[in-house]
Design a protein around this ligand. Structure first.
Ligand code: SAM
Length: 215
């Protein structure tokens, strides 16, 4: 008997992007985790594509092997996992929402990477922990006007603490562009238009800040 459309089993949703295995939001494991816990609360409920802009950029301008990398607003942490696997980076994933961390650890285990996590808002990260980082990255993290000032506080604190490079990516939302223009004015940051074809075609922007005191 031919299987009807309704009874046909859908394939579990994982995809491989840049060598990373990534669970889709409708994968049964993800669904179960979402049901069991309260679930992410500030949009950390899937992998957002801006992280891929940074992976693409780092392929050409990689951090030194063994660098300390902090991924801010990490959500499921794929960008940090990419840095751990490709650059042997010691990665800390930071997010205000602790409910994202089980999803990050699921992906870290699946991809055989070790990632530390820290629950913190951007502006609360202390100079002591910032000073240890060689690179701070974040994809799709400036999506509300209220996030511009906290992210600027973090960037200023990080530069004052001696962090050499900060890279933030976004599809090009107005709050991100506001932050980016502020950083261009204050720190001679670069705003770069970028596009990717994997996992699918997308355009966006990178904000690249080199510490003026170091570079
Ligand atoms: C749109 S998601 C992007 C997640 C991940 N970077 C990605 O590309 O898939 C934004 C993330 O920023 C976190 N976030 C929002 N406001 C924050 C804040 N003030 N401090 C730290 N993290 C924050 C959210 O919890 C969420 O995980």
């Amino acid at each position: 008997m031919a299987a009807s459309k309704n009874t046909t089993k859908k394939k579990p949703q994982t995809q491989t992007v840049r060598g990373l295995t990534i669970y889709g939001p409708r994968h049964p494991t993800i669904r179960k985790m979402m049901e069991k816990t309260e679930g992410p609360e500030i949009h950390g409920d899937k992998v957002w594509y801006s992280s891929y802009f940074i992976m693409d950029y780092l392929d050409n301008k990689p951090p030194a092997k063994g660098s300390r990398v902090m991924e801010i607003g990490c959500g499921w942490g794929l960008l940090g996992i990419y840095c751990a696997l490709n650059y042997n980076a010691k990665v800390t994933g930071v997010d205000a929402d602790k409910h994202v961390f089980p999803f990050l650890q699921l992906h870290a285990e699946k991809n055989k990477a070790k990632i530390k996590t820290k629950a913190s808002r951007y502006e609360d990260l202390k100079p002591k922990i910032l000073a240890k980082q060689d690179l701070i990255v974040g994809g799709d993290i400036c999506f509300w006007d209220e996030l511009v000032d906290p992210l600027h506080t973090l960037i200023k604190n990080a530069l004052d603490a001696g962090v050499p490079r900060i890279i933030i990516a976004d599809p090009g939302r107005p709050p991100f562009l506001k932050l980016a223009r502020k950083c261009r004015k204050l720190y001679k940051a670069t705003i770069k238009e970028v596009s990717i074809t994997q996992p699918k075609k997308n355009d966006g922007n990178l904000l690249i800040i080199h510490n003026p005191e170091i570079n």
